[in-house]
Design a binder for this molecule. Sequence first.
Ligand code: HEM
Ligand SMILES: *[C@@H]1O[C@H](CO)[C@@H](O)[C@H](O)[C@H]1NC(C)=O
Length: 316
Amino acid sequence: MSRLTKITLFVLVIIGSANAQLSTNFYSSSCPKLSSTVKSSVQSAISKETRIGASILRLFFHDCFVNGCDGSILLDDTSSFTAEKNANPNRNSARGFEVIDNIKTAVENACPGVVSCADILAIAAADSVAILGGPTWNVKLGRRDAKTASQSAANTGIPAPTSNLNQLTSRFSALGLSTKDLVALSGAHTIGQARCTNFRARIYNETNIDTSFATTRQSNCPKASGSGDNNLAPLDLQTPTSFDNNYFKNLVQKKGLLHSDQQLFNGGSTNSIVSGYSTNPSSFSSDFAAAMIKMGDISPLTGSNGEIRKNCRRKN
Ligand code: HEM
Ligand SMILES: *[C@@H]1O[C@H](CO)[C@@H](O)[C@H](O)[C@H]1NC(C)=O
C-alpha cells in the first residue's frame, strides 16, 4: 500500500467515525435559531396544557427504544408499514404529535430542510424537563430520520408496566443503559399520568403497596376490567407537574403507581439507588441528565443514512 493510500484511508476512517457522532453544535451555522424556536413552541404548548411536557418526554423515550432515536414513532401508517404510534404501548396513550408538528413547521420556516424530526424530539424533550423544573443538559444533535417504522419492534422493545426488575434491567442493558440509568430515567415518572388499565392489577392485587394509597386510587379505577380503563391518575401523587425527586420518595413509601415503578424499590439491588435519589435531589438531577444523553445516543442514523423529513408524519 502506498503512503498516499494509507493517508487517504486514515482520513476516510476519521471522517467516517466523525459522521457517526452526534454533537451539541451540529446546527450552529445551518440553523442558529433552532434552540430558541423549539423552546418557545414547547413553552406555549406547556402553557396550554401542563401535562404535554410529560407526553413529549415519553415520546422521545418510545422513539429511542425502538430501533434508536430516529423519529420513527412520529410516522403515520402507510400501505407498506403500520405505525409505531398504534403499537400496544402507544395506542390511546402516546400523545403530543400535534405539538411536534407545530414545532417542525416553525423550524422549517426558520431553516427549511435542515433539521431532523428525531432531533426536534430530542430538544423538545429536554426543554419539557427544564420548563417543568428539572435539570438542563446540552442536547447532542445530528440524528437523521428513519424512512420506515416497526410496530412489532415497538411491541417488543418498549418495556411493559407488568415487567419485573430483571426484565427492566435486561431491556435497558440491551441498549447500553445501566441499572443506575434505569432508575434515573424511571424518575421521568415524576411527571405525567397513567391510565387505570395500566395500574389496576397493582392497586387491587399487590401487597407491596401502601393500603391508603391503594384505596385512594381504587376510587377512580374500578376493579372490573373494561370499566374506567382510561381513567387517569398521576404517576407522582404529590407533584405531577413538577420535575422533582418525589417519585423516589413515593417508592420508598410503597406508593409507586405502576407495578414496574415499585419493582425498583422491592428489596432488590436497586433499593439503595432509589433511597439515595429520595434524599439527594441533586444526584438524581445529574444522573437523569447523563442518562438522557446516553438514551439519546442509541443507534442514531447519521451521515447519509435516513433523511431529513419535511413532514414528521411521513417519509419524503
Ligand atoms: C422503566 C420502564 C418504563 C415503563 C414500564 C413505563 C411505563 C409507562 C406507562 C404504562 C405509562 C402510562 C401510559 C398510559 O397509561 O397511557 C407511562 C407514562 C409515562 N412515562 Fe413511562 N415507563 C418506563 C420508563 C420511562 C422512561 C425511561 C421515561 C422517560 C425518560 C418515561 C416517561 C414517561 C412519562 C413522562 C409518562 C407520562 C406521559 C403522559 O402523561 O402523557 N417512562 N410510562
Ligand atoms: C387479581 O388476581 C386474581 C388471581 O390471579 C385474578 O383472577 C384477578 O383478575 C386479579 N384482579 C385484578 C383487578 O387484577
